[in-house]
Design a binder for this molecule. Structure first.
Ligand SMILES: [Zn+2]
Length: 200
């Protein structure tokens, strides 16, 4: 980093000392992910402020998040056939039908990932994160499965490494397996040793 100050600089200007107009590099523009995350966060805050009855972030639960996701469906662009539609389960129907457009599962999943991160970056406590709520995970799974059926998308069961899919985050959440060893009478008492035949 000291190339500018070297004395053996061949391009040394003879006259003035007005060297080094150090222009600080402009801060790197936020990545697409970051700016998308900010937009999503603002959208959600906007949604909260329009909510009736009024809703604050701190009172927001997984159920509200699901409500938000359903609200977003009206802006969706993915045709999801209802079970009564003749094209149910067809990936590319030959003609249009009256089924509604919805948000694709992948979009919702990614959105939740961004909002979940944004919540904590904005001071929310992880254990109170409504975007990480179990109900939200269940809802997303439901959407994925029903959309896969409705749109004729084959399941990808082959790959075990779903990690590359992004977003989801480990299901590290609430599952606490409490192994209960019922101690009962197996306690310390009797176990005094009593070795069969003590080798003297
Ligand atoms: Zn349809």
């Amino acid at each position: 980093m000291d190339s500018a100050s070297g004395s053996n600089d061949p391009a040394d200007p003879p006259a003035g000392k007005s060297t080094a107009t150090v222009t600080p590099p402009p801060p790197p523009p936020p990545s697409r992910y970051e700016s998308q995350k900010r937009r999503d966060w603002n959208t959600f805050l906007q949604y909260l402020s329009n909510h009736r009855p009024p809703l604050t972030l701190s009172r927001c639960s997984g159920a509200h998040v699901i409500e938000f996701l359903k609200y977003l469906d009206q802006f969706g662009k993915t045709k999801v056939h209802v079970t009564g539609c003749p094209y149910y389960g067809q990936p590319s129907p030959p003609s249009p039908c009256g089924c509604q457009l919805r948000q694709a599962w992948g979009s919702l999943d990614a959105l939740i990932g961004r909002l979940r991160a944004a919540f904590e970056e904005n001071g929310g406590r992880p254990e109170l994160n409504p975007f990480g709520a179990r109900a939200v995970r269940m809802y997303l799974r439901e959407v994925r499965e029903s959309q896969a059926r409705a749109r004729g998308i084959p399941y990808e069961k082959k790959r075990k490494r779903a990690a590359a899919g992004g977003g989801g985050g480990g299901a590290a959440g609430g599952v606490k397996v409490s192994v209960e060893v019922d101690g009962g009478d197996a306690g310390g008492e009797g176990g005094g040793g009593a070795p069969g035949d003590a080798t003297v």
